[in-house]
Design a protein around this ligand. Structure first.
Ligand code: GTP
Ligand code: MG
Length: 328
């Protein structure tokens, strides 16, 4: 039990243990740790002969461990053509609104985290439902022929909504629901453990979209107030890095939501950016701010993304799901 707690604590503070290196089992990890090598980074910078001598492991084994740690931490060169190929492999999921898709450069992308942030009722959960349906479409129709994982921290998932959205685009509602794996996360440790599990679940089940609605609520509840702000942000950053690794490793889209309270006491500038702010500040990814407008209209804006078009778009939340606003 205490050992388990320790692992979570270390991981949350951004420490990557030798135990996280692919191919390193517990007996090898024990030897590495006994010799004073605790982090994956300490392995990357170690000389093979020295490591072998100190741990008593064969040089060949040690070389493989170093190689694996380098791969995991991304210390390997790619050619420009490989970079191009990786870029071409990126998939896009339609949101149901052409204008919103355009704002996102063609839809929600795989290999990255997309954060939807905004006040209550701004449409974050509705977009998550819609994407879980749309990822199942064929690529010609804006999908990825894939399944979705839906991690729900607030209990706001509605299968009825999935049914309605599926029907509206001519898909079999039962089949669509069969292709959405749902799990409720009860606290932040549980949430982190679920994402750990996804590293084996995702590749086995044709998953192309992972939704976390919301990524922040448990962390906010467990680390309340200003005095816990630094610790909370550190844990969240570590969790977001875990999600980023998942997105990149399996070419899936990771979509997270984050409720940001509007502050009526802020009279100038944008009142919704005042409290909380977006959580992706230190993680690569796309941040989309949502705002309520008249009736079922919502406004979306991408922040801090020089590669995406500037400006705002309007979309609507209808009985059928996310759609373009007719007035636009
Ligand atoms: P929080 O989770 O509270 O922060 O809000 P959110 O941003 O997730 O809001 P959500 O996506 O739940 O959007 C709520 C809005 O979507 C409501 O205000 C409704 O306007 C609309 N909506 C939700 N369900 C339905 C539905 O079944 N039919 C229609 N037409 N609109 C719906
Ligand atoms: Mg919601």
């Amino acid at each position: 039990m205490s050992e388990e707690k320790e692992t979570v604590k270390e991981r949350s503070s951004g420490f990557i243990s030798v135990r996280d290196i692919p191919g390193v089992g517990s007996s090898i990890a024990d030897k590495l740790e006994a010799a004073g090598y605790l982090s994956a980074w300490s392995i990357v910078v170690a000389r093979a002969e020295e490591l072998a001598e100190k741990t008593g492991l064969p040089v060949l084994t040690v070389q493989k461990i170093i190689e694996s740690a380098r791969k995991m931490l991304g210390i390997t060169f790619k050619t420009a053509r490989e970079v191009k190929q990786e870029r071409l492999n990126i998939g896009k999921i339609t949101t149901g609104s052409k204008s919103l898709d355009e704002l996102l450069g063609g839809g929600v992308e795989t290999k990255t985290i997309t954060e939807f942030f905004g006040e209550y009722g701004s449409g974050k959960t509705q977009i998550c439902h819609q994407l879980s349906v749309n990822v199942q479409l064929t690529p010609e129709k804006g999908g990825l022929n894939g399944r979705a994982v839906y991690i729900d921290t607030e209990g706001t998932f509605r299968w009825e909504r999935i049914e309605a959205m599926a029907r509206a685009i001519g898909l079999d509602p039962d089949k669509v629901m069969d292709n959405i794996y749902y799990m409720r996360a009860y606290n932040s440790d549980h949430q982190i453990a679920i994402v750990d599990e996804l590293f084996t679940f995702v590749p086995k089940n044709d998953v192309r979209l992972v939704v976390l609605d919301s990524v922040t609520s448990h962390f906010r509840a467990e680390y309340p107030g200003r005095e816990h702000l630094a610790e909370r942000q550190q844990k969240l950053n570590s969790h977001l890095h875990q999600l980023m690794r998942l997105a990149e490793a399996y070419n899936v889209a990771v979509v997270v939501t984050n409720q940001v309270m509007a502050r009526p006491d802020v009279f100038y500038g944008d009142p919704t950016t005042a409290v909380g702010g977006h959580v992706l500040a230190h993680t690569p990814g796309v941040r989309v701010q949502l705002r309520k407008s008249k009736g079922n209209k919502r406004i979306a804006r991408v922040v801090d993304a020089p590669h995406l078009p500037e400006g705002e778009v309007v979309f609507v939340i209808t009985e059928e799901g996310i759609r373009d606003s007719e007035e636009e």
